[in-house]
Design a protein around this ligand. Structure first.
Ligand SMILES: [Zn+2]
Length: 241
């Protein structure tokens, strides 16, 4: 199975056969704290934080361990959890880690922290964190070139990987450049399902992506998110067998 639930901003919950993975959970001061973690107790629960920025790292994630002590945290090394939290794996960019049967690779974010490539139950899942083609119109050409080069270098590491799911920023604050990061991923890597994120609840971004000429070859692989807590069933092998 492969289920993806959009939570809020860059926060997603991914369910595979034996794993429940939560990325960059963000409740915005408890407004969107709607996960019932006990629902996933039969699976190995892994909670990923790409970096410490408030829109990616929310201390609400540590409350879950009071009910489910076996929860595993995978935290970028710029995140310092409270001392009572157990099962913490701190990660640095450019490295590989294994947690039981799950393989985790990290990439160097050109903003803060890491991006994740996670291999679990035969599925490849990429979560960018804040690794993005941040082309700001107000910045110098040199700055924008530097950021672009760093971005392409990291994405190129995945050229030979087939991604079942890719979570990639499409930030409307970048104006017409909002699409650069996603466009590069889709034209460089084989991606089965792309989920735009970091769009500040501006859902008009999804129509815009469908209408862009440059998305023609891949727009049918871009998920259309309509609201928070929306679930996408991407594969259900059990039923097909
Ligand atoms: Zn961010």
């Amino acid at each position: 199975m492969l289920n993806v639930t959009y939570l809020h901003h860059s926060g997603f919950l991914v369910e595979t056969e034996k794993h429940c993975m939560i990325f960059d959970y963000f409740t915005e001061n408890e407004k969107y704290n709607f996960i019932d973690i006990a629902k996933y107790a039969s699976k190995k629960i892994m909670v990923f934080v790409s970096h410490f920025h408030h829109d990616h790292y929310d201390r609400a994630i540590f409350q879950w361990q009071k009910r489910l002590p076996q929860i595993q945290y995978i935290l970028s090394d710029d995140v310092t959890p409270p001392s009572y939290v157990k099962n913490v794996l701190k990660v640095h960019f450019g490295k590989s880690y294994t947690v039981e049967d799950v393989l985790i690779q990290t990439f160097h974010s050109n903003d803060e922290g890491v991006a994740f490539l996670v291999k679990a139950d035969g599925k490849n899942i990429y979560h960018a964190g804040d690794l993005n083609w941040w082309h700001w119109n107000g910045e110098s050409d040199n700055f924008n070139k530097g950021i672009a080069g760093m971005y392409r270098k990291e994405i190129d590491y995945m050229k030979k990987t087939v991604l079942d799911v890719a979570f990639v920023p499409v930030d409307p604050r970048l104006e017409e450049n909002y699409i650069l990061g996603l466009d590069y991923v889709m034209k460089t890597i084989e991606v089965k399902n792309a989920f735009p994120m970091h769009f500040w609840e501006d859902y008009s971004i999804f129509d815009r992506l469908q209408q862009e000429e440059r998305t023609l070859s891949y727009r049918n692989r871009i998920a259309q998110i309509h609201h928070r807590n929306e679930t996408f069933v991407l594969a259900n092998e059990e039923e097909m067998a």
